[in-house]
Design a protein around this ligand. Structure first.
Ligand SMILES: Cc1cc2nc3c(=O)[nH]c(=O)nc-3n(C[C@H](O)[C@H](O)[C@H](O)COP(=O)(O)O)c2cc1C
Length: 352
């Protein structure tokens, strides 16, 4: 029961509260215009792949909700949106349906409405390997996301307080499930040290889930009527910075998804240029569906894809892979952070 009302409150406060206060960092990343792109519009190819799963486009609908019967309508709408746009979609944490099997219907509806779509299951890192296998089976998922949300849990009055042994728990899940395991943060980002540790246990992909978008510390504080100061609300690694940290350390071996405050087509292009195999949105999809309805949201999405291709043309990139060779000039706070962490900002600004 507690979990059910929590899901509704997450939806409510995610719509009411603004992003931030920390920025996702994309404003510090500048792509360089190419006045001789040597490409035709029809040449631009936006297909990609994450953990060997082919995606027709590099945008994913990230985990949002499920579990309570009163959020089934939202999951239904998200599934219809995914079906109409052809985007891959993650369901929200399935823990409630593992505990109370009658709640599984609010997740299964996503597969029913999108029988051939790409779906990701979702659970926390404390889940047992058996629960993970059950979550995959519940929706016929092609992969499972395991979320890390320490910041959120310690603000929640009913949240977890013991975060020991997560790496070995994730490793056991990897051994048990027969689909790729994607580890994701939910808004505090992933640093290169932890990305390396996750790579060492064999995760198939990492979603950086950085700071600057939907703020779960703020959402939990609002739910509990707690006041958190701006420093606490800004905690975490801004998404664009986390993306460089993770991709530079493990991006050659493991696919990286970039999420957390990805808000515009240009943010998506920058995320892909940094080296993400895809970018993911959560909050913006909820907001556009609520503001414009299903048809309006699909139109908005198609406009995003057109803009994505426009920017690709403007930097002379004919494919997602080509984007990883275009120069990026990094300025300001992100440059200072990354330089002090030993990354070579001159190299990325001059790559070919
Ligand atoms: C209402 C809501 C519920 C969410 N529930 C989950 C969840 O169950 N599991 C999860 O991994 N992430 C969950 N997230 C986090 C998102 O997947 C994403 O990591 C986060 O919102 C940052 O992306 P954004 O800035 O594009 O919203 C939720 C997000 C929202 C807005």
């Amino acid at each position: 029961m507690i979990r059910q009302s929590r899901k509704l409150e997450h939806l409510k406060y995610s719509m009411l509260l603004d992003d931030g206060p920390a920025a996702a960092g994309f404003a510090d990343f500048h792509l360089v215009h190419n006045c001789l792109p040597d490409l035709a519009w029809e040449d631009i190819e936006i297909s990609t792949a994450v953990a060997t799963i082919p995606l027709s486009q590099p945008i994913i609908i990230n985990a949002i909700t499920g579990g309570a019967s009163d959020v089934t309508a939202i999951n239904r709408m998200l599934a219809e949106f995914a079906h109409l746009t052809g985007t891959a979609m993650a369901v929200g944490s399935q823990y409630s349906a593992i505990e109370t099997p009658s709640e599984a219907e609010s997740y299964k509806v996503v597969r029913k409405l999108n029988p051939d779509g790409i779906l990701f299951a979702n659970l926390g890192a404390h889940a047992s390997p058996e629960a993970a296998a059950c979550a995959v089976e519940m929706i016929g998922a092609q992969a499972i996301q395991i979320h890390l949300n320490v910041g959120q849990e310690i603000i929640m009055s009913e949240g977890d307080r013991n975060f020991t042994g997560y790496l070995s728990k994730i490793e056991a899940i990897i051994k048990k499930v027969n689909v790729p395991v994607i580890v994701k943060e939910v808004g505090c980002g992933i640093a290169r040290e932890q990305a390396q540790a996750l790579a060492n246990i064999g995760v198939s992909a990492i979603d950086v889930g950085g700071t600057g978008g939907t703020n779960f510390l703020a959402i939990e504080a609002a739910r509990s009527q707690l006041t958190l100061d701006q420093e606490m609300l800004s905690w975490g690694i801004p998404t664009a910075i986390s993306a460089v940290e993770v991709i530079s350390s493990i991006g050659r071996d493991i696919d990286v998804i970039i999420s957390g405050g990805v808000r515009t087509p240009l943010d998506v292009v920058k995320a892909l240029a940094i080296g993400g195999k895809a970018a993911a949105f959560a909050g913006p999809i909820l907001k556009v569906l609520s503001d414009k309805g299903l048809e309006g949201a699909v139109h908005w999405y198609h406009q995003c894809i057109i803009d994505l291709k426009r920017y690709m043309l403007l930097v002379g990139a004919g494919s997602i892979n080509d984007l990883t060779t275009v120069p990026i000039v990094v300025t300001g706070f992100s440059r200072e952070w990354l330089t002090s962490r030993g990354f070579n900002m001159t190299q990325i600004a001059n790559r070919k």
